[in-house]
Design a protein around this ligand. Structure first.
Ligand code: BGC
Length: 346
């Protein structure tokens, strides 16, 4: 059991480590408040690093697809990089064609957070960042604290606490890229379960249109666990829009039992099972369809070599009045928590 600062890099990026006595250990860096490595024991007890990423903390400063970072202010795509709040129009940074993806040109993944090891919370590192009014076009000064904890019962808990000095929109997530085989070859053999039969429809630019669709008994249905690759080659316009894979937002049942996982992924090779618990209304399944293996990662990350299960609110909610609101009112406290819980396949 420990929480400690393990290094400070040339450019001032700090690396922290948190672990429990069962061999689960996370390394977290202040650049983007991101997970750098995550070791989980496999069925033989050997530690496996299940995250994509670079060798060094500085590596993330180059081109990278938000590897394992905290995303904000708003996860996923905001259509036309614009929205109107309280009658006022806001123009955001465009960084995905005409749209705003994952917070804009310099989202939270590109910010240095201030770290703290709270003495009253074991195996925890807290990372704080104050986003100035108008950053990337978003209104209000937003103060955010992200907390990572490794619990004795093998959970990596991520919580987000935020407050803004003016009405704003806010929808954070963590963009961890997992491969539970640990070899980063492919995630298509991973078994996947998602406790939702509804996705938000997105257009050819992956902008959520406001419609939802029931996907029971279609290739998008993971309510009955199946290998990710099982139906991925079935021709469908949704796959065409998402570069031949999964990149969809699943809507979770509001009245679900929050003590049950909303999703799990399982590697039969290592036996590592990862369950996801969250209080968020949605989860994005993304199978790394935009990766092509050209980044200098510590293990090459090719097309569909990784899996993201990003808990979030409804994408593009600031432009879709039928979606639950992502408005954070002035002075109101935002809190959200997601846990990735590890075990070995029985
Ligand atoms: C999105 C993908 C996007 C990726 C960026 C995911 O959260 O769903 O569409 O390309 O992030 O790395």
């Amino acid at each position: 059991m420990s929480a400690e600062k393990i290094s400070v890099g040339k450019t001032g990026i700090e690396t922290y480590s948190i672990s429990n006595d069962n061999g689960i250990k996370a390394e977290i860096i202040t650049y983007g408040a991101r997970l750098h490595r995550l070791f989980v024991p496999d069925k033989k007890g050997n530690p496996v690093d299940i995250l994509a990423g670079f060798d060094t903390a500085e590596g993330y400063k180059g081109e990278n697809p938000y590897f394992n970072a905290v995303i904000g202010r708003v996860a996923n795509r905001i259509g036309n990089a614009e929205f109107t709040l309280n009658g006022k129009y806001y123009k955001l940074a465009e960084n995905d064609g005409k749209n705003c993806l994952h917070g804009g040109k310099e989202g939270f993944d590109r910010k240095i957070f201030t770290a703290n090891l709270p003495c009253n919370k074991p195996n925890t590192v807290e990372l704080s960042y104050v986003s100035p009014d108008g950053e990337e076009g978003f209104p209000g000064k937003l103060s955010l604290t992200v907390s990572y904890t490794i619990t004795d019962d093998n959970a990596l808990k991520i919580s987000y606490k935020a407050v803004s000095d003016a009405d704003t929109v806010f929808n954070p997530t963590n963009h961890a890229y997992f491969n539970l085989d640990g070899d980063f070859m492919s995630v298509l053999d991973h078994e996947l379960f998602i406790d939702s039969d509804t996705i938000t429809v997105s257009d050819e630019n992956l902008i959520c249109t406001g419609e939802t669709v029931n996907v029971k008994n279609t290739p998008f249905d993971f309510t009955v666990p199946k290998p990710i690759g099982k139906d991925i080659k079935i021709p469908h316009v949704y796959f065409d829009n998402a570069r031949g894979g999964y990149d969809f937002n699943y809507v979770l049942d509001k009245s679900r039992n929050k003590k049950l996982p909303v999703a799990y992924a399982l590697s039969h090779k290592t036996g590592i099972k990862m369950e996801v618990y969250t209080d968020c209304p949605c989860i994005q399944l993304y199978t790394g369809n935009f990766l092509d293996g050209t980044l200098p990662c510590r293990r090459s990350c090719g097309y569909q070599s990784t899996l993201c299960l990003e808990t979030q609110s409804f994408p593009n909610a600031c432009n879709v009045s039928s979606f639950p609101s992502t408005v954070l009112k002035k002075g109101e406290e935002f809190f959200s928590e997601t846990a990735y819980v590890f075990s070995i396949e029985k």
